[in-house]
Design a protein around this ligand. Structure first.
Ligand SMILES: NC(=O)c1ccc[n+]([C@@H]2O[C@H](COP(=O)([O-])OP(=O)(O)OC[C@H]3O[C@@H](n4cnc5c(N)ncnc54)[C@H](O)[C@@H]3O)[C@@H](O)[C@H]2O)c1
Length: 356
């Protein structure tokens, strides 16, 4: 089989030019788990300029500033917004807290890089997008999975035409987050709307298509802690002319850890690819019994977070909309909410053509 050439520089996220990374100052709002374990380590590795942090918990803000050598911390959002070097606010608070914070941040003229999901209802997410548009600030949602090395490697294969026409996307994911005391188990529809939104967004990223119908199945497991199901299968149906289908299966309540998996299978008319986070396997129709195994460099956590913030800074420098802008995220969210509705009603949910 002819070897597929995929070099780390084809898929590993990297920072924009230093002139850009130095130009913009970042202020973090919400110094919890994801900010301290993913955003800040990635920004340090990529050379981004974090000038201040804010949290309602003084202990969290102070710890983030201390651990990452950040010159300014506060519990007062207004003080961070008045900081002359803050251009971008990285909003890493829980989704339910976002709207009032966005109102204040947008009114102060700061650009917003928000954690996902933007909101817990489509109406509230639309309100946030409109608010930022009216205030003339850029809004990007941190759908950072698009910058994870494994996902970018798959996308590079698609873009190079190696697989031909993509007709099937299958995601198989087995993990465990039914953890007592965590916020995951108290958030309604967590597995689809909060965590699962990554995989719904990746289906859009890989296919380049918007589904016209969504079907979903979920089930509550005896004795589970989470208030909503932690397992789903979501099917996305596209217009017939797209000639592609997506199946997402995410079982996030597998207590038998030894059977955990994370895999994507992409099938095209010229070949198939299968990827975990660390390895990509490609087999081409021209040599169907052979396969090429490519060991991937880089990691989703935290590398992808450097990639997504890099996209935000590049978009600002180039005066364009970021790839995962607030408007783009609404298209991902509407699929997630349609899946929730489908699982509740047992019916397929038709999606109207997305607006601008
Ligand atoms: N992109 C990803 O892969 C990923 C992974 C995990 C979490 N997340 C998202 O990140 C967000 C935060 O998750 P987390 O796990 O870090 O939660 P967390 O509870 O650990 O941290 C949230 C932090 O926000 C602070 N906060 C709350 N309200 C605030 C306010 N009004 N002003 C300032 N600070 C405030 C809290 O004190 C806390 O320190 C959620 O939306 C979650 O879905 C994304």
């Amino acid at each position: 089989m002819e070897n597929v050439i995929l070099r780390p520089e084809d898929y590993r996220p990297r920072p924009p030019a230093e002139e850009i990374t130095r130009r913009y100052g970042i202020g973090i709002v919400g110094c919890g788990s994801i900010a301290r374990h993913a955003h800040l380590p990635a920004y340090r590795d990529f050379g981004y300029r974090v000038v201040g942090v804010c949290d309602i918990s003084a202990e969290s803000a102070q710890a983030a500033a201390r651990d990452f050598n950040i010159p300014f911390w506060t519990t007062n959002l207004a003080a961070l917004l008045e900081h002359p070097e803050v251009d971008v606010i990285d909003l890493a608070v829980p989704a339910a807290q976002r709207l009032p914070l966005v109102e204040t941040i947008a009114a102060a003229g700061k650009h917003i890089f928000s954690q996902k999901p933007l909101a817990l209802t489509l109406a509230e997410a639309e309100r946030i997008v409109a608010l930022c548009q009216e205030a003339g600030v850029t809004l990007m949602v941190n759908q950072q999975a698009r910058w994870a090395p494994a996902h970018r490697a798959l996308k590079a294969l698609l873009d190079q035409g190696v697989l031909g026409h993509l007709y099937s996307v299958l995601h198989l994911h087995r993990s465990f987050q039914d953890q007592p005391g965590s916020w995951f188990v108290t958030l309604e529809n967590f597995n689809i709307v909060d965590h699962g939104i990554h995989y719904i967004d990746l289906a859009r990223y890989f296919t380049g298509q918007e589904p016209e119908r969504v079907k979903a199945t979920t089930v509550m497991v005896p004795g589970q802690v989470a208030v909503s199901p932690m397992i789903y299968t979501i099917l996305c149906e596209y217009p017939p002319t797209a000639q592609v289908m997506t199946t997402l299966h995410f079982n996030n309540i597998v207590s038998a850890r030894a059977t955990h998996r994370y895999e994507w299978f992409l099938d095209g008319t010229r070949g198939s690819a299968c990827a975990s986070q660390t390895e990509l396997v490609v087999s081409l129709s021209a040599a169907p019994d052979q396969r090429q195994i490519i060991t991937l460099h880089g990691r989703w956590f935290p590398d992808a977070f450097g990639g997504s913030m890099g996209e935000m800074l590049s978009a600002l420098a180039e005066g364009r909309e970021p790839a995962t802008s607030g408007r783009d995220h609404l298209r991902t969210l509407r699929i997630a909410f349609a899946a929730v509705e489908s699982a509740k009603t047992g019916q397929a949910v038709a999606l109207t053509a997305p607006g601008n």
